[in-house]
Design a protein around this ligand. Structure first.
Ligand code: SF4
Length: 299
């Protein structure tokens, strides 16, 4: 092996990468995912779900490279969930990034939509912050993506995020939730439900961090204050500990999951209906967002 300076990454097979090799390796991995799952069909209109964090910025950068070559402009939606001291800083990063890249950014605030943000909700409701946050975000993303006639929503989920969610669902014994995972989700038939794609599905959190640093993206690496001491953070620490001792663990979780996903979907498939209250797509007669609104307004 020729001696190489400035090693930035060593992969599982002990192969070493310098800066430009790593960038090529990373982008090729993402491109393979996009091609394999046919994520960017020419007839699709993609909207990016952006937060201003490293994952969504990386995803946005790579998709924008492809889409701008087709002579099209990308749209991005950012949901401001109202998390003081955190979301307001990532919003500034997202604005700057989208401006530089020529991406059309729309910011939707839950305060304007529902009259409350996550911080307000947590003062009233004894609920898991991430459940409230995710419910609001998924609901608004789907609604606003549809408004701009998007056919796919691209999110920045990476391999670590997905491996954690798979194990969390497993520990909770909730396979129904796992049936909604995978590189492409929301393929169910409901005319108001927009498909989700995850171009970073096979790259790890560490790889995204290295890529973001090497590319010099102006993002902050701070974590949401609500992410501490959660079930997810516990599972993340455990997986990282096992991965350090037994490299390849995360890939193992993902690959075996993808193998059995068709069977999980077959077994757990549930019909998507229309919410009786707001007419948005829902797994139940009343959607989680309307349930949350009711709880909040009752208190
Ligand atoms: S950690 Fe939880 S509360 Fe914070 S942004 Fe993520 S989902 Fe929302």
């Amino acid at each position: 092996v020729a001696k190489m300076d400035n090693i930035v990454y060593i992969d599982q097979s002990k192969k070493k990468y310098n800066k430009s090799q790593f960038i090529r390796y990373f982008e090729a991995k993402v491109m393979r995912t996009i091609r394999k799952y046919n994520m960017l069909d020419k007839n699709d209109k993609i909207v990016l779900a952006i937060s201003g964090g490293k994952d969504s910025v990386t995803m946005a950068y790579i998709l924008n490279k492809i889409i701008s070559k087709r002579g099209k402009q990308l749209d991005a939606i950012l949901i401001d969930e109202g998390i003081q001291g955190y979301r307001n800083t990532t919003i500034e990063d997202a604005k700057k990034f989208c401006k530089e890249e020529g991406i059309n950014l729309t910011i939707i605030s839950t305060k304007k939509e529902f009259n409350f943000g996550l911080d307000d909700a947590l003062k009233k409701l004894d609920m898991n912050p991430c459940t409230i946050c995710g419910t609001m975000r998924r609901y608004l993303l789907n609604k606003y993506a549809r408004k701009i006639k998007a056919t796919q929503i691209a999110t920045g989920h990476n391999l670590d995020d997905e491996a954690q969610t798979i194990l969390m669902n497993q520990f909770k014994g909730n396979l129904q939730l796992s049936s909604k995972l995978g590189p492409v989700t929301g393929v169910k038939d409901h005319k108001k439900f927009i498909k989700r794609i995850k171009p970073l599905y096979f790259v790890t959190e560490k790889e995204v961090t290295i890529y973001t640093t090497l590319k010099g993206f102006q993002v902050k690496y701070t974590e949401c204050p609500n992410s501490r001491n959660t079930f997810r953070s516990e599972v993340r620490n455990q997986i990282n500990t096992i991965e350090n001792k037994f490299p390849g663990t995360k890939n193992g979780i993902i690959n075996s999951f993808i193998d059995i996903l068709p069977r999980i979907r077959e077994k757990e498939s549930s019909k998507i209906v229309t919410c009786n209250t707001c007419q948005e797509p829902s797994a139940r007669p009343i959607c989680s967002m309307c349930e949350l609104l009711e709880k909040y307004n009752k208190k």
